[in-house]
Design a protein around this ligand. Structure first.
Ligand code: GCU
Length: 679
């Protein structure tokens, strides 16, 4: 089934014969303990991988002994690794060491760790090296994750509808759980473990209180059991008003002793069923969800209520900062900072605040969220969206690695230059031990998991960056392309070229130059820059682009909403200054006349039209690259990707034509020379 996408990046198809021969001599006999479920998973993965890649499964011995070329284990599980105890300690509970060395006068390769889970991660790393053709001679890899919580957030409802999901139904078949454990759950765990993802929030942030009832906790416990050997903990989204809905209480006020007792009892019940339960994710007082503000209490009061209930068990609360008010805001992007920055330091130690990458909502491009760097006494984790709600769903080929990298490398300047978002969330900037990142999952029951072959890359890139947010999106794309399609350097180069250009292409044909939220209303697919009216102004496009006869853009400088003042001065000075603001964020921060002079020398109007057209051309270029890969990529996947690129090209053209026509109706300006008028 290697060609239907089910195997993801773990395809393990035969390597080139010469390469396979070289590896085989280094990996023939393996010593690998088989006492625990995680050790078993590591052996199984190694066997599966080597059988596929090298054509024959290795001889596996449960005891490490003489003559073995590859040794897996921990100092406890393999006597030969005892001398490494100290070294492995330094890599922490999830780290691992891959090392080629001499043992008893023979060359051996060690996959060693302090704990079993590190060994499993090391096996996946070793397999990746093989899949991408890296020589093992002199190998020395020391890895440990930079972030503690590396989580997927499933926006999956209990009826299996996935909110903003474009890859079929929820993977969790609640009806047949807990009795039937679909083998796919194990493959899901393998895929995540291969990246080091160590937790999963099973249900939607718009949570149904039923998920906390005993029948559902039993189902969650069954999933937790399947995931446990792979180092993955289960978490749940919780509805703040559950004490009312499930407990029959009159209130969910966080300061009410009966409410506190209810949550403590609920936590005890959960941990009796799931001893390593990870904790709660909470969306409160946002988009109509209940929360502490309903009782005149703060986000900190609400988060601490749940934190206290979980504390005795070691659980955490991830309290989301994605909030906006019922009433019409002056500038919606300002609200999270307004509600949270004053609460810095008020959260209990097992609470972490989960902040989206940007201040609005997963747009093709946003500036960094102003809360990063602004709450030094509070652990902050970042929430990224893998599922591309605003980036063409599963049909548009948009590799999100560059988007993730852009925000991770953005400088908050909170403690001077170099205070990047990556350093805020890895805890190094402000000395936090509780650190994390979450990705809104793009998985579903589609055979290829993510709705398209290329969207697998976004799951992959998220996981790799969660392990180490300082990595390069391009390097990750190279690994993914080699593992998923072919290690042939020409194929990899061509695919990586497509991927690396794809995000900017989407920005260009959807929302260039800092424009945002111009998608069609509600479903967010396709253009809707004309969207106006309806229940809320901040759900319209005209609210965001503010275009008229004279100009376009949202003034967030001191003359406008002054959202720019929420950033550190060094950042605010750049974004707030028309001369210094990067053109990629121009219309996010400034309202400018149509004839504003751009760096290219063109007027803003001409540049805008040019960017829309450039986006369409870039999709055409991706199609050309892909056509050139016919024969280099298996036919079934080649055909599907080609068809999806045709859809994307048509829709990029649709975006360009619709947007240009609409904005021209306002600007009243002629198209620049050479631009084709919209039909
Ligand atoms: C977006 C998305 C919603 C989601 C919300 C959230 O607004 O459209 O479906 O519930 O984000 O992150 O809470």
């Amino acid at each position: 089934h290697a060609e239907d996408g089910y195997a993801l990046w773990m395809r393990y198809v035969p390597l080139d014969a010469a390469l396979a021969d070289a590896y085989r001599s280094q990996l023939g006999a393996v010593g690998a303990p088989d006492q625990t479920p995680t050790q078993h998973a590591a052996r199984e993965e190694l066997s599966r991988g080597l059988a596929g890649l090298l054509g024959s499964a290795p001889q596996l011995h449960a005891d490490a002994g003489v003559g073995q070329a590859l040794i897996l284990g921990t100092p406890q599980s393999s006597a030969q690794l005892a001398p490494y105890r100290k070294d492995l300690e330094s890599l922490g509970a999830e780290g691992y060491l891959l090392r080629q060395t001499q043992l008893g006068g023979r060359e051996v390769l060690l996959v060693a760790a302090r704990e079993d889970i590190g060994v499993l991660y090391g096996v996946f790393h070793l397999l990746r090296l093989l899949q991408t053709g890296v020589p093992l001679q002199g190998l020395e890899v020391r890895e440990s994750p930079k972030l503690k919580l590396r989580l997927l957030n499933h926006w999956d409802n209990l009826d299996r509808y996935v909110e903003r999901g474009y890859a079929g139904s929820s993977l969790w078949d609640w009806q047949t759980l807990p009795d039937w454990r679909d083998p796919r759950y194990t493959d899901y765990a393998r895929a995540n473990a291969s990246l080091g993802i160590n937790g999963t929030v099973l249900n939607n942030v718009n949570a149904n209180a039923l998920s906390l009832t005993r029948p559902y906790l039993l189902k969650a416990a069954a999933l937790a059991e399947v995931f446990r050997p792979y180092g993955i903990r289960v978490y749940l989204s919780t509805r703040f008003s559950a004490p009312i809905e499930l407990g029959g209480l009159k209130t969910a006020d966080p300061l009410d002793p009966a409410v506190q007792r209810w949550w403590r009892d609920k936590a005890n019940e959960i941990y009796a069923l799931i001893p390593d339960f990870g904790g709660f994710l909470v969306k409160a007082n946002s988009e109509g969800q209940p929360g502490p503000q309903d009782y005149g209490r703060s986000h900190a009061d609400g988060a601490n209520l749940l934190g206290d209930a979980l504390a005795a068990h070691g659980g955490v609360v991830m309290w989301r900062a994605f909030v906006y008010a019922h009433d019409v805001p002056e500038d919606r992007t300002k609200q999270a900072y307004g509600e949270f920055s004053g609460l810095d330091g008020a959260f209990h130690p097992n609470v972490i605040v989960q902040v989206k990458n940007g201040p609005l909502d997963f747009q093709p491009r946003e500036p960094l969220h102003p809360l990063f760097g602004a709450m030094p006494h509070t652990p902050l984790m970042m929430e990224l969206q893998i599922s591309k709600e605003y980036l063409g769903f599963a049909t548009h080929l948009v590799y999100l690695g560059p988007l993730y990298e852009e925000v991770l490398r953005s400088d908050t300047h909170a403690r001077g230059a170099g205070s990047t978002v990556a350093r805020v969330i890895d805890g190094s900037l402000d000395g936090h031990a509780l650190t994390g990142i979450a990705g809104v999952a793009n998985t579903g029951t589609d055979r290829n998991w993510t709705g398209s072959h290329f969207d697998q890359a976004n799951w992959y890139a998220f996981g790799r960056l969660a392990w180490n947010p300082h990595q390069s999106a391009r390097d990750i794309a190279k690994d993914w392309a080699a593992m998923t399609f072919s290690p042939d350097p020409a194929v990899v180069q061509s695919i990586v070229g497509m991927m690396m250009a794809s995000r900017e292409a989407a920005v260009d044909y959807m929302t260039p130059l800092g424009l945002h939220h111009l998608m069609a209303r509600g479903h967010h697919y396709g253009p809707g820059p004309w969207v106006a009216g309806g229940p809320r102004v901040d759900w319209t496009s005209v609210y965001y682009h503010r275009a008229d006869r004279d100009g376009i853009g949202f003034d967030r400088t001191a003359h406008g909403s002054n959202a720019v003042a929420q950033y550190a001065p060094a950042v605010a000075n750049v974004y707030g200054d028309l001369e210094q603001v990067p053109e990629s964020l121009l219309l996010w921060f400034h309202h400018v006349p149509w004839d504003h002079r751009m760096h290219s020398g063109r007027s803003l109007w001409d540049e805008l039209v040019g960017r829309y057209s450039r986006g369409v051309r870039q999709v055409q270029a991706m199609q050309d690259s892909w056509d050139g890969l016919k024969g280099g990529v298996d036919a079934p996947r080649h055909q599907q990707v080609a068809a999806f690129l045709r859809i994307q090209h048509n829709e990029a053209q649709w975006w360009r034509d619709a947007s240009v026509a609409y904005f021209q109706s306002l600007s009243g300006r002629p198209l620049p020379a050479g631009e084709v008028p919209p039909p």
